[in-house]
Design a protein around this ligand. Structure first.
Ligand SMILES: Cc1cc2nc3c(=O)[nH]c(=O)nc-3n(C[C@H](O)[C@H](O)[C@H](O)COP(=O)(O)O)c2cc1C
Length: 237
C-alpha cells in the first residue's frame, strides 16, 4: 500500500476523520493509517495488516529480494543474524504447503497473498540464543517496512502449525518457526467474507505511551498496580 501522509492528528482532526469514515460507500476502506500523537515517518504511520490482498498480484523477484535484503540488514545480538526464511510464492509448492499449515481462520484471506514467508529463529548459537526470537521479529519488522516502501502490505500470523512446518520442511531441531508473513498488494475492494470484512474496516487502537513507559515522567506515569514490585520501587524512588 502507498504510505499515507497522515502523521500527528489533533483531537478535532481525529473526530473529523471518524465522521468521514462513517460516510464511506459500502466497499471502500476507511483511512487505516495510525492516528498518531507525534509526527511519525509515513511508512510507519501508514502500515497496517490487511486481509484483502490482490489475488492477481505477482511479487516480482526484485521485490522479494529487496524485502529479504531489508531483513538481512536488521541488527541482532552480537550480529548473530539468527533469522531464516522459508519462502513460498503463490502458485509454487512451498506456498501451497504453508497454506495447508495455517490455522483455518487465516486461510480464507492469506491464500490470496502474493507470498507467504515462514520466519524461523536459529537458536544454535549458545551465547545469543536468548535473543534469537527477538532478533527474528526485528528482521521481520524491517522486512515489513521495506515492503510498505515498495507499495506492498504485510500481515504476520502466529496462527499456523509450527511443528507441522518443522516436519514438512525437515527443519533441524534448533530451527524454530516463529511466524508466517503474508506479503502482497492491498486490494481495498477485496471480496472478504465476514468476519474479515468487518475487521478490515475496524478502528485501529493502541495503548497510550503513558502505559508503555513504566518509569516515565509524572505526567506520563501509569498506574503502577499491574507493574512488578521491583519496577514499582525503581519508579517511585
Ligand atoms: C506475532 C504476530 C502474530 C499474529 N498472528 C495473527 C494471526 O494468526 N491472524 C491474524 O489475522 N493476524 C495476526 N496478527 C496480526 C495482528 O493481529 C495485528 O498486527 C494487530 O492486530 C495490529 O494491527 P495492525 O498490524 O494493522 O496495526 C499477528 C501479528 C503478529 C505480530
Amino acid at each position: 500500500m502507498s504510505a499515507s501522509p497522515v502523521t500527528a492528528l489533533s483531537d478535532r482532526a481525529l473526530s473529523d476523520r471518524a465522521l468521514s469514515d462513517r460516510a464511506l460507500p459500502d466497499r471502500a476502506l476507511p483511512d487505516r493509517s495510525a492516528a498518531t500523537r507525534a509526527k511519525l515517518h509515513p511508512l510507519l504511520a501508514g502500515r497496517w495488516s490487511p486481509r484483502g490482498f490482490d489475488r492477481d498480484h505477482v511479487l516480482g523477484e526484485d521485490e522479494l529480494q529487496t524485502v529479504l535484503e531489508a531483513a538481512r540488514w536488521a541488527p541482532s545480538a552480537a550480529n548473530s543474524q539468527p533469522w531464516r526464511f522459508l519462502v513460498g510464492r503463490r502458485g509454487d509448492a512451498t506456498f501451497a504447503t504453508i497454506v495447508e499449515l495455517l490455522n483455518p481462520g487465516n486461510v480464507p484471506w492469506a491464500q490470496h497473498a502474493s507470498a507467504l514467508i515462514v520466519a524461523i529463529a536459529d537458536t544454535s548459537q549458545e551465547t545469543t540464543a536468548a535473543w534469537a526470537v527477538y532478533d527474528t521479529g526485528q528482521a521481520v519488522a524491517h522486512l515489513s517496512i521495506q515492503a510498505e516502501e515498495l507499495g506492498l502490505s504485510v500481515h504476520q500470523m502466529g496462527g499456523f502449525d509450527a511443528a507441522g512446518v518443522s516436519e514438512r520442511f525437515g527443519l533441524a531441531p534448533e530451527l524454530t518457526p516463529i511466524a508466517t508473513v503474508a506479503i502482497g498488494r492491498l486490494d481495498p475492494a477485496a471480496d472478504l467474507p465476514e468476519p474479515y470484512r468487518e475487521r478490515e474496516r475496524a478502528p485501529r487502537e493502541r495503548r497510550p505511551v503513558s502505559e508503555l513507559v513504566l518509569n516515565g515522567a509524572a505526567s506520563a506515569r501509569p498506574s503502577l498496580t499491574s507493574v512488578p514490585q521491583a519496577v514499582q520501587k525503581a519508579a517511585t524512588t
